[in-house]
Design a binder for this molecule. Structure first.
Ligand SMILES: [Fe+2]
Length: 184
């Protein structure tokens, strides 16, 4: 019998996630300006907004699962809480599971008619995402928001659809209070 080490390892205190072929991508403010209601000229364009670690299983095939971790910095853009780009899945029949590892914020969901729902995220919260809903993360806390993700490798990411129909709800931090604004 073979005894072996695990394929991937999470260590939130050191390097977040490590192991075989972990892909890391950082989203800088200069490439994320369109995610927010307003552009903040005072924010350094090189500011790291979030980092995504992805563990892929190779060729997409039915039933394959990917694993990932998103870490959002506690940054605000003219008062607006930091968000991920957000997406629909190309295959709307593919669901996804998010688990909040640390921090606090919201999972913002939007159905195909543009109706938004915000689900509270806190350490330990587990979230099921219906593939027919667009999803983005919102960090409302004063610390990093770290969220583990598991999704089918065949789901795909449809970013254009949320650019054509942006999330209509946005969270702002005003005097340490979270205020939601809805409607364009
Ligand atoms: Fe997704």
């Amino acid at each position: 019998m073979e005894i072996r080490e695990c394929k991937w390892f999470e260590n939130f205190k050191e390097n977040w996630i490590s192991g075989q072929e972990v892909q890391t991508s950082q989203k800088l403010y200069k490439d994320a300006k369109g995610f927010y209601e307003s552009i903040d000229e005072s924010l350094d364009p090189q500011t790291v907004m979030y980092t995504v670690y992805t563990c892929e299983q190779g060729d997409p095939k039915t039933g394959n699962l990917n694993w990932g971790l998103s870490v959002l910095e506690p940054v605000t853009v003219k008062g607006e809480c930091n968000v991920t780009r957000g997406h629909f899945h190309e295959d709307l029949d593919c669901d996804e599971i998010y688990v909040c590892a640390q921090g606090e914020g919201f999972l913002l969901l939007m159905d195909e008619n543009g109706k938004c729902t915000a689900e509270i995220m806190k350490s330990g919260s587990i979230h099921h995402i219906d593939g027919h809903q667009a999803h983005r993360l919102v960090n409302t806390g004063d610390t990093q928001l770290a969220v583990l993700c598991c999704w089918p490798s065949t789901a795909g990411h449809d970013y254009e659809r949320v650019e054509a129909m942006p999330f209509s709800a946005r969270a702002f931090k005003i005097d340490h209070q979270i205020i939601w604004k809805e409607g364009e």
